[in-house]
Design a protein around this ligand. Structure first.
Ligand code: G3D
Ligand code: MG
Length: 183
């Protein structure tokens, strides 16, 4: 029996191939597959997590295709979104630069500019190929936090690896905490 239940509709956004589907699979307990099919349009998972005894959080995880051609489909999946994991690839600077337009798209189509975000610097296991300056990621989140300060939640940034599992659980937990603070 659970005392309280929370249902969080969240979206995974970011450029194609940054690791969104791999992060979702890792969180679902599917492990890491070196190779899988590109997400077409959107894909969806539901998982229950018990964080404290008697308190279950249900995550509805929308995994949205990053490719430009899916823009039309994507806009419909943002509706009612309560938070987002915004993912970039630490080996590709452009994927961090594009996070601003991803967040703008999220704010616009979800119908709110006060949606909690956790920015994920993914593929951090590829340390030797890392080309992104993490100061830029921290600065981006600082700017987001200035915009959302009056809503009672904090946006975060984390280094993750879908391959090793680093910070994957923490990412979803932080997003859940922020959503609870917000709604
Ligand atoms: P997407 O859903 O954002 O489009 P995917 O991205 O999850 O499909 O991942 C794209 C590629 O990056 C996949 O490789 C996947 O295995 C790899 N990848 C995802 N996350 C990580 C990570 O944390 N570390 C490393 N080293 N690789 C990662 P392929 O070979 O299938 O293109
Ligand atoms: Mg995908």
């Amino acid at each position: 029996m659970t005392n309280s239940e929370f249902i969080f509709k969240i979206t995974l956004i970011g450029d194609g191939a940054v690791g969104k589907t791999s992060i979702r699979h890792r969180y679902m307990g599917y492990g890491f597959k070196e190779s899988h099919l590109m997400t077409l349009g959107a894909d969806f998972s539901v998982i229950d997590k018990e964080f404290r005894e008697g308190e279950t959080w249900t995550y509805q995880i929308w995994d949205i295709a990053g490719q430009k051609i899916f823009e039309e489909i994507r806009s419909r999946f943002y509706k009612g979104s309560m938070g987002a994991l915004v993912v970039f690839d630490v080996t590709d600077k452009q994927t961090l630069r594009n996070c601003l337009s991803w967040v703008k798209e999220l704010y616009r189509f979800s119908g709110s500019d006060a949606i909690p975000v956790v920015l994920l610097a993914n593929k951090s296991d590829l340390r030797n190929r890392k080309s992104v300056d993490m100061k830029k990621a921290h600065k981006f989140v600082k700017i987001l936090n200035e915009g959302t300060a009056s809503y009672g939640f904090t946006n975060h940034v984390l280094e993750t690896s879908a391959k090793t599992g680093l910070n994957i659980e923490t990412a979803f937990k932080l997003l859940g905490d922020a959503i609870r603070a917000r709604f």
